[in-house]
Write a protein that binds this ligand. Structure first.
Ligand SMILES: O=C(O)CCC(=O)C(=O)O
Ligand SMILES: [Fe+2]
Length: 362
């Protein structure tokens, strides 16, 4: 970075919607309790409720302040709005590889067999490990200009995930580092710091695709962190089958379980079905930039239903032949994204070895 390196403008938080939407009730996991006596046990109880019901909850007092969250968004906006398409495409995602690192341009997928195309740009930033193994995916002007800051954000987000992974182990009555040891920042894995920018389509175009901005899916890895999003649109499907909106939590991080944690826990932790729909009219012109950290199992982590007394007691245990963490995630990325378009996939199932999830919620 030189003195002339362009810097992000401060992030201006879009106003919240005035519409009365049908909001989901979110369990709040207040990490300021972490160091208090009995704090971890109390947090594990709260998280147990959030993660074993609908699989969504919000973390507050994560150690990443509201100002820092604004800064994270400022960097995302800077990338999308101030770099040229050519610069952004310097590292372009190659869905055939399944690794998902790099940039996906807008409108490169047709939706549901219509002429309407997707309205999102995505940028996935690989980890900044000590051995620099992902440096080929960092060969992009934006990352080169802001590498230290992006590494700081990526590691800090991971630090929040580290605490949640410890709580998951406690909930399952496992050694605290059971999941942490399978998700080390400096080990190889397809984790990414992700930015998404959605560009509104016309109401007519949206109507042709049932107002879907991102089709219903579960996340592919272990855990997803979503920095507070004020532009409504994200919805989760409850176990009752109802769709509810996710409410903003100022300074908070919305979290959800993904497929691989669901597998490890024999289905105890729910991999959450969610989607993004067209925002309400009073927010339709607000920039909807999303900032996320996706935690994925390490290359060498083996996914199997953990042979635990708790799971045996609950009847969730079955003996399984392990599959590789990265193997699963890459096959899932290929199956989901390495296509001309996103189709309706009613009742579709996705399977690797003995592990299967439902991929058709439309
Ligand atoms: O944009 C959002 O709010 C959610 C995006 C999402 O679900 C994903 O990237 O997996
Ligand atoms: Fe998702």
């Amino acid at each position: 970075m030189t003195v002339d390196t362009p810097q992000p403008q401060p992030w201006i938080l879009p106003p919240e919607t005035n519409q009365q939407l049908d909001w989901a009730e979110l369990v709040l996991v207040d990490l300021s309790k972490w160091d208090q006596p009995g704090g971890k046990q109390e947090l594990a109880e709260t998280l147990k409720h959030g993660s074993s019901h609908d699989g969504f909850w919000a973390v507050t007092n994560s150690g990443i302040s509201e100002e820092e969250i604004f800064e994270i968004f400022a960097y995302g906006k800077h990338f999308f709005d101030d770099y040229t398409l050519e610069q952004k495409r310097a590292v372009e995602v190659d869905f055939a590889s399944g690794n998902y690192f790099g940039y996906k341009p807008i409108a490169n997928k047709a939706l549901f067999g219509t002429e309407v195309r997707d309205n999102l740009e995505t940028f996935n930033i690989a980890k900044f490990t000590l051995d620099g193994r992902f440096s080929q995916y960092h060969a992009n002007d934006f990352i080169q200009n802001h590498q230290r800051k992006l590494e700081h954000i990526s590691r800090k987000a991971f630090g929040v995930a580290d605490k949640l992974l410890r709580l998951f182990a406690l909930i399952l009555e496992l050694d605290e580092d059971y999941f942490v040891s399978r998700h080390l920042y400096d080990d190889p894995s397809d984790d990414s710091l992700r930015y998404i920018k959605y560009t509104p389509r016309t109401a007519e175009d949206d109507a042709q695709v049932e107002n879907i901005w991102s089709r219903a899916h579960t996340d592919f890895g272990t855990l997803t962190l979503l920095f507070n999003q004020v532009v409504a649109g994200l919805q989760i499907k409850l176990s009752t089958g109802e769709w509810k909106y996710v409410k903003p939590v100022l300074g908070g991080i919305i979290c959800n379980v993904g497929d691989t944690l669901n597998f490890w826990s024999g289905g105890y932790f729910k991999t959450t079905i969610h989607r993004v729909v067209r925002p309400p009219q009073d927010q339709i012109d607000a920039p909807r930039i999303g900032a996320f950290y996706f935690v994925r199992p390490g290359d060498n982590a083996e996914i199997e239903v953990a042979p635990l007394p708790l799971l045996k007691r609950l009847g969730l245990y079955r003996e399984t032949k392990p599959i590789g963490g990265t193997e699963y995630v890459r096959k899932r990325v290929q199956d989901y994204h390495n296509r001309e378009g996103y189709e309706k996939r009613n009742e579709a199932k996705f399977r690797v070895g003995e592990f299967e999830i439902n991929d058709g919620f439309d």
